[in-house]
Design a protein around this ligand. Sequence first.
Ligand code: Q9C
Ligand code: ZN
Length: 340
Amino acid sequence: MNKIPVYFNKNQLLFRPKYEWVLGKKIKHPETTRRAESIFNEIRKNKNLFDIRCPANIPLGVIRELHSDDLITLYNSAGLLPEGQDFYPSVFPHENRDNADPSNIFHAGHYCFDSGTPLNNRTWMASSWSAACAFEAATEVLQGNSRFAYALSRPPGHHATGKTYGGYCYLNNSACAAKLLRTKGKVVTVDIDFHHGNGTQEMFYRDSRVKTISIHGDPKRHFPYYCGYEDEIGMGPGKGYNHNIILKDGSGLTTYRNTLKNQVIPLIKEFDPKFLVICAGFDTYHLDPIGKFRLKTEDYQKVAKVFFDLDLPTVIIQEGGYYTKDLGRNVVSFLMGFLT
Ligand code: Q9C
Ligand code: ZN
């Protein structure tokens, strides 16, 4: 049996956001380095199943095809922040975009859409390596060297749009993978994070060669609130190629698997893609402090099996999941679904 290649770079651990603001309160930031360590340690315990690799750095041109020059300039500006300082914009502009100056960190509010996603001098270092993991995993699958590959991407990416960051995401890792794969054929992205993958949706909204599907908690009550509704179906040539599926709080394996089998799989089959990208969040776990679904550790393997049965070359990209203690086991359970 072939091992699944796993991509990770230790530089991803240099970024340590300290706080986020929730309902006026300052809380410990959930997107900790412990998350990646939990996954890495669990993967290392299973050396017979996984092949841990360090990715090459991602070409800047790949990031530039997906993200605006302004956004990248802003991340560079954050590189000048003093060590240990996390920057949060304190103004939320809705006009005067013409005057936006990404070389001025005080203008970060032009590019930011939430209060949980600080910038500091390590943001670029960590997020570019995180994107590199996704890009290299996609390269591996594109070249046909492996049928499956997993990117231990952190910080996550699916909330990052072309021009904005938020939801703990700075660069859209999964979009980097999908964009590369699209050069050789149609791609479907399935986002199983508890939150709507608004960034990935936006990036391929007018694209009929990448079908984007996201299954998530109701945006009426959950982040990102302003999108993820079922009437967002794509635009122009991409109309009919975006699908949002909302599940109730408290949904467990039965609901989840029925949704996959009855809705998601038919949507994938009618599209007939050449590649599958899974935006794999584990904040659907029953103990997750943010998500409100009820999946158990052993359920992830069953969820993965549904995707395995599609028989498609598949790139799995790490997104959210905040119950650190069990995160590694949940990820390994999921990956085992591809090793049957
Ligand atoms: N404490 C991802 O899972 N804030 N992002 C929630 C509740 C935003 C989650 C506030 C959650 C974003 C990649
Ligand atoms: Zn999430």
